[in-house]
Ligand binder design. Structure first.
Ligand SMILES: O=C(CO)COP(=O)(O)O
Length: 251
């Protein structure tokens, strides 16, 4: 049985005072049943403060990206080892905003996932089709090829997470329907099963894209949805905790 994961992606939001949100989430978790992992990925500037605020609680802290190298002449970049050094446990790789804004290909995403494994952390590998690709009937084709190209062979036997985030549902308030989510998640599980036999049933597959307290229950109840990757609603402790609570009821 896969243990669900409710993960927040703060993107480029948050100043030092917002570590208070981390403390509120960590405290709120104490009152909720421990049936799912809970993670916040703040911007790199807040990882250290967030890890301190979450220390000794069930809340884990992660990062939103990393470089492929351990160290070296890469101005402005941060390695997976540096992120591990701050107390983080997970790193998001291949988010559609990085694929779009920084031209990250499947090959780069796979190399980043390898770097995350090398540092002993868990990669959250993101995939998802654009609106144009969905309208052209290419969703399964796109997701399958992203999955094949973005998960390195070295993932065999290692813990990793897949996040399905339809690009058209991110930050738009447009949520994928239960049927759309189910179709893609079933396909992802099938592909994982072919490529990583014996491991697919333990790999969490998250849905992301405008997940809120009001729709989390029905999305998290879909078969093969093992949690969520939450953007906007992870910036409010009450909303994020409500999504975690919805996960408890759904699982
Ligand atoms: O991109 C996302 C999480 O990585 C989803 O963002 P929203 O929840 O704001 O749509």
């Amino acid at each position: 049985m896969v243990r669900p994961l409710i993960a927040g992606n703060w993107k480029m939001n948050g100043l030092s005072g917002d570590r208070e949100i981390i403390s509120q989430i960590a405290k709120g978790l104490e009152a909720l049943e421990d049936v799912a992992d809970c993670l916040i990925c703040p911007p790199a500037t807040l990882i250290s403060k967030s890890a301190d605020a979450a220390s000794g609680t069930r809340l884990k802290v992660g990062a939103q990206d990393c470089h492929t190298a351990v160290s070296g002449a890469h101005t402005g970049d941060i390695s997976a080892e540096m992120i591990a050094d701050l107390g983080a446990t997970h790193i998001i790789v291949g988010h559609s905003e990085r694929r779009a804004d920084h031209g990250e290909s499947n090959e780069i995403v796979a190399a980043k996932a390898e770097a995350v494994f090398r540092a002993g952390l868990v990669p959250i590998i993101c995939i998802g089709e654009t609106l144009g690709e969905r309208e052209a009937g290419k969703t399964i084709e796109v997701v399958s090829s992203q999955l094949a190209g973005s998960i390195p062979a070295s993932a065999f036997g290692k813990t990793f997470v897949v996040a399905y985030e339809p690009v058209w549902a991110i930050g738009t308030g447009k949520v994928a329907s239960v049927e759309q989510v189910e179709e893609v998640h079933n396909k992802i599980r099938e592909i994982l099963g072919e490529r990583f036999p014996g491991q697919a049933d333990e790999t969490p597959i998250l849905y992301g894209g405008s997940m809120k307290p009001g729709n989390a229950g029905e999305l998290l109840a879909v078969g093969n949805v093992d949690g969520g990757l939450i953007g906007g609603a992870s910036l409010k402790a009450d909303d994020f905790l409500a999504i975690y609570a919805a996960c408890i009821s759904a699982k």
